[in-house]
Write a protein that binds this ligand. Structure first.
Ligand SMILES: Cc1cc2nc3c(=O)[nH]c(=O)nc-3n(C[C@H](O)[C@H](O)[C@H](O)COP(=O)(O)O)c2cc1C
Length: 178
């Protein structure tokens, strides 16, 4: 059995440390998980409730379809001005109206142990959206710099062990019946 995991990066920056952390996570994962990354975040219009009606903008419909198809979402985001980056918050505003988001399983990776506002806020927003956060699989690491590439992240034994532990936990959680 293969589980579908959709990764969501809050940074749109080329060479993003959060994107690299997600990629490192994927490389540590056991077989049985198929990962894809949400690539529509930058193309979403600014959320407007007047547009949140059928027919949805094509990119919104595509985004919701990808999120619905996932067994689990893995987030990693930087902190911007003690909060979530606007692009990620915008995505979540587009998703909150989808009844199928209710109960969606989610794991949060966090690349900077001192950026606590973004981590707390993302968990608060996801809980408010009735997502099911798998707290025991969430990972807080300290990359120390946003310049590390994927191989450099994986060379850190402690970080690699945390990522491996988390992804193994996912398989157990996804296998367990609701
Ligand atoms: C506009 C902006 C605002 C930021 N605000 C904060 C902040 O409030 N707290 C913080 O710890 N880091 C802040 N940072 C630093 C980023 O969180 C940090 O560089 C992060 O590693 C970027 O992630 P990325 O490498 O995935 O793009 C800010 C960066 C930018 C560009």
């Amino acid at each position: 059995m293969t589980f579908e995991v959709l990764t969501i990066c809050g940074s749109l920056r080329k060479g993003s440390s959060n994107a690299n952390l997600i990629e490192a996570y994927i490389r540590c994962a056991p077989t049985g998980i198929s990962f894809s990354s949400l690539d529509t975040i930058a193309a979403l219009p600014i959320y407007n409730p007047d547009m949140d009606v059928e027919p949805m903008p094509t990119v919104v419909a595509e985004t919701r379809r990808k999120v619905r198809a996932a067994d689990l979402l893995v987030f990693s985001t930087p902190e911007y001005i003690h909060s979530l980056p606007a692009a990620l918050k915008n995505l979540l505003e587009w998703l909150v109206g989808d009844p199928e988001f209710h109960g969606k399983k989610a794991v949060v990776l966090h690349a900077n142990s001192s950026s606590t506002f973004a981590l707390t806020e993302l968990k608060e927003v996801l809980s408010t959206m009735a997502a099911q956060i798998l707290d025991h699989a969430c990972v807080v690491v300290d990359l120390g710099s946003n310049k590390l590439n994927i191989d450099q992240i994986l060379q850190n034994d402690e970080i690699r062990a945390s990522l491996t532990r988390s992804s193994n936990q996912l398989v157990q959680d996804l296998t367990r019946p609701r």
